[in-house]
Unconditional design. Structure first.
Length: 219
């Protein structure tokens, strides 16, 4: 929830042409078409055309409304959820992330990385809605399960730990936040970027920005 968008920018005209060709050749609900629609929505959103991005996502979701298990449905929902979060449309975001979580658990199980990431996303939104009890339980479950089943070094574990530390700091519990950073995230500052995945690098950059740490401090 707190990470900057990753990935490379694709030219919108090229994506529009690709979407048109795929729709004509395969149909609006084909996985290739839906995947391109999602990429185009991200490109539009990145370029500042949020209204068009939302419209495109809603059209794509409508095209696959009869297929709850469409392979790219969760991708569309996650993109739409991120836009709702950016716009502080918390009620819509909560509905979206609940569906994403339910789908991930059904497809992959409770302790899969996608399920735990979705649980963390939903928790963050529920905190914003003032539903602290459910949010805290979801956050605790996600962090504990990630540490146990994915491992400390997994990118999802690191993102969950970062979000929890940031929330604690914002709530005035700086000592607990710092303990999470030191125990679970400080190792990132000792690793070369080439050895890290995208989310690792994003958390590492946020650590450096937030605390002024380019390398691991003496503790």
């Amino acid at each position: 929830m707190e990470l900057p968008a990753a990935g490379f920018e694709e030219p919108i005209p090229d994506l529009l042409n690709t979407l048109h060709r795929s729709t004509t050749q395969f149909g609006a609900a084909h996985p290739r078409t839906i995947a391109v629609a999602n990429r185009l929505a991200v490109a539009l959103w990145t370029a500042g055309d949020t209204v068009q991005a939302i419209s495109l996502l809603e059209e794509a979701l409508a095209a696959i409304s009869s297929c709850a298990e469409h392979p790219f449905r969760t991708d569309l929902l996650c993109t739409l959820g991120e836009i709702m979060v950016e716009q502080a449309r918390w009620e819509q975001a909560a509905l979206i992330y609940r569906e994403v979580l339910e789908t991930c658990v059904r497809r992959c199980g409770l302790n899969h990385a996608s399920s735990l990431a979705a649980k963390g996303d939903l928790a963050a939104v529920l905190f914003e809605l003032g539903q602290g009890g459910e949010a805290a339980e979801l956050e605790r479950e996600a962090c504990e399960s990630a540490g146990k089943h994915l491992g400390k070094a997994h990118p999802v574990t690191c993102v969950l730990a970062w979000n929890r530390a940031l929330r604690l700091e914002r709530n005035g519990d700086g000592s607990a936040a710092r303990a999470i950073v030191i125990d679970d995230l400080l190792w990132l500052l000792t690793e070369e970027d080439a050895h890290l995945q995208a989310d690792h690098r994003a958390v590492k950059a946020l650590l450096a920005q937030r605390y002024g740490w380019e390398t691991a401090p003496a503790c």
